[in-house]
Design a protein around this ligand. Structure first.
Ligand SMILES: *Cc1c(COP(=O)(O)O)cnc(C)c1O
Length: 376
């Protein structure tokens, strides 16, 4: 069935950039430089300027960005195997995979049901003898960084790795550790994903690490390149996780339009916020105004599956982020955790509505009216 309002059409999202992207790809094809090189260097510079942190390292994808930072901290002796990392339990599975991959222990913390981000008023509950780091995940494009979290981090001397896969261009209301308000540059390191569906998406997998710490930047770059700090000299048992120059060239076309992309998500979110009025559907709060980049617009209802069916029947595509939280995934059954009732309730109630530029204002009004007719 063709949807009147598809959840997401990547060709439509990329349509305004087609010509420039074709030229960018062609430039790489003709350059003879297919790994590393000037396209990667210039994208890293663009990204570091846009986020407001001095170092950016292009890598293969968002999961690798997270893994490489944690593994670099282990290699540098800043973390040890078995150290605990606090992370929101309702995150995408990749955040937790990265922690486990580095030999660290994820401590799954309940989110705040209002923001669907880490509940910063409950952090002390999760502190153990080996708590050494926290991974704030700016889920759905909303920054999780406030005075309570900043205080917590400094009181316990924790490393902060932001999972900024969903929130490029978002801002916190509290200053980061190094000053500045941009997500991805608030803590000691930020991991970015340019997976095609993210607010700034490549034409395949791509990611980056952004940091204020030159030693970390250099360790990540080295680890991502076989652990080689100079040619045929290996200081770490590394990987091959470099950013592809074709993707770098494409991203250099799209990144300068980040504000426009985010503004179009925000515009649709505002229409939903003003028009959806069904009492059985809980809307996300507009508490952070223009700082939220609305990677997803997520409503909650105990009748999620019927609402989804109702929208599908009316030609509206939706998605669920995420129906099964990491602690209930077979691969992670050995991860210890306390009761997670908020996380499990969220997983059973969340529904993501279309929110990209593919969605017109009229579509958003139509979708709101369909939702308002639900169950009446
Ligand atoms: C997409 C995503 C990742 C992983 O990024 P990839 O580039 O797909 O590997 C990690 N964390 C979150 C929260 C994400 O949404």
């Amino acid at each position: 069935m063709t949807m009147r309002c598809p959840f997401l059409s990547l060709s439509a999202v990329n349509a305004p950039y087609m010509k420039e992207m074709e030229q960018a790809v062609l430039r790489v094809v003709q350059s003879g430089r297919y790994v590393g090189g000037p396209e990667v260097v210039s994208f890293e510079k663009l990204l570091s300027e846009s986020v407001g942190a001095p170092y950016a390292v292009g890598v293969s994808n968002g999961l690798d960005a997270l893994r490489l930072v944690l593994r670099a901290w282990v290699a540098m002796g800043r973390l040890r195997r078995g150290d605990e990392v606090i992370v929101a339990a309702n995150t995408y599975v990749a955040s937790v995979l990265a922690i486990v991959d580095a030999g660290l222990v994820p401590v799954l913390a309940e989110p705040d049901p209002k923001t669907l981000n880490l509940d910063t008023s409950r952090l002390e509950e999760y502190v153990g003898r080996r708590t050494r780091a926290v991974m704030p995940v700016h889920l759905y494009g909303r920054a999780v960084w406030d005075a309570a979290l900043k205080d917590f981090v400094s009181r316990h001397g924790l490393l902060v790795l932001e999972d900024n896969a969903q929130a490029i261009g978002a801002e916190a209301s509290e200053e980061g550790i190094y000053g500045g308000f941009s997500t991805g540059a608030l803590g000691h390191a930020g991991a970015f994903s340019f997976y095609p569906t993210k607010n700034i998406g490549a034409l395949g997998d791509a990611g980056a690490v952004v940091t204020h710490d030159p030693e970390l930047a250099s360790a990540v770059r080295t680890l991502a390149n076989y652990g080689s700090d100079r040619r045929y000299h290996n200081i770490y048992k590394g990987y091959n996780c470099r950013l592809d120059p074709v993707q770098a060239a494409v991203l250099s076309v799209k990144l300068p339009h980040m504000q426009t992309e985010n503004a179009s998500h925000r515009n649709i979110a505002r229409i939903y916020d003003s028009l959806i009025s069904n009492p059985s559907v809980v809307k996300p709060e507009f508490i952070d105004g223009n700082r939220h980049v609305w990677h997803q617009y997520v409503v909650m209802t105990p009748r999620r599956d019927s609402l989804r069916d109702w929208l599908t029947a009316n030609g509206v595509g939706t998605d669920i982020h995420y129906a099964v939280p990491p602690h209930l995934q077979p691969a992670l059954k050995d991860v210890e955790h306390g009761p997670l009732p908020v996380t499990e309730r969220i997983a059973s109630q969340v529904l993501s509505l279309p929110v990209t530029r593919t969605t017109s204002d009229d579509d958003a009004r139509f979708i709101a009216s369909i939702i308002n007719d639900f169950g009446s």
